[in-house]
Design a protein around this ligand. Sequence first.
Ligand SMILES: Cc1cc2nc3c(=O)[nH]c(=O)nc-3n(C[C@H](O)[C@H](O)[C@H](O)COP(=O)(O)O)c2cc1C
Length: 187
Amino acid sequence: MPTARPPRLLFLLSGSIACYKACFAISRLAQAGIEIRTAATPAALKFVGPATLEGLTGQPVFSDIWTEGRAMDHIELARWADLALVCPATANTLNRLAAGLADDPVGALFLAWEHNKKPWWVAPAMNHAMLAHPITQASLAKLSGFGVRVIDPGQGQLACGEEGAGRLAEPEVIIRQVLAELGPKIA
Ligand SMILES: Cc1cc2nc3c(=O)[nH]c(=O)nc-3n(C[C@H](O)[C@H](O)[C@H](O)COP(=O)(O)O)c2cc1C
């Protein structure tokens, strides 16, 4: 059943080299008719600039919970979206979300999200040792237990030059999964 409005995706970036792949996914999803708002940790903005995210979505990135005039973004964006996707999700951000820390945009939105009503997904990307670390594994298990869907990272050559598990899932896979979730809502 088509809805009166386009589906809404809250796309959250944390500080990984894979942020450039996230930009590709944002571009494709926007072209597919999904309305996208972005939020980014300060570290994510070391990898991609606010102008890139605004250019791809037509909307300014939410990157500072203290920005004047946008004081309620951490609540309003959580209300606004149909689906939230943290992509890439760093070890630090996964561990912070699992601990319920809310002093950056991604953490605040996570706590303001109604997890019983709308899906929240994470797409981890990190070095294989960071992924295998018991703290990261415990956080992933904890987040899964809260109903968060984990888009499994792939195996292969990592940005650090090592081989192993931890590569961000291929952008095409992520795009397909988001379209499967939200595509039916595109009018
Ligand atoms: C070049 C570079 C690449 C990085 N890539 C990753 C990564 O893919 N995954 C990760 O968990 N951390 C990565 N880091 C470390 C994070 O950026 C760092 O832990 C940061 O504090 C994460 O903050 P955030 O989770 O708030 O975005 C990288 C750091 C640098 C300098």
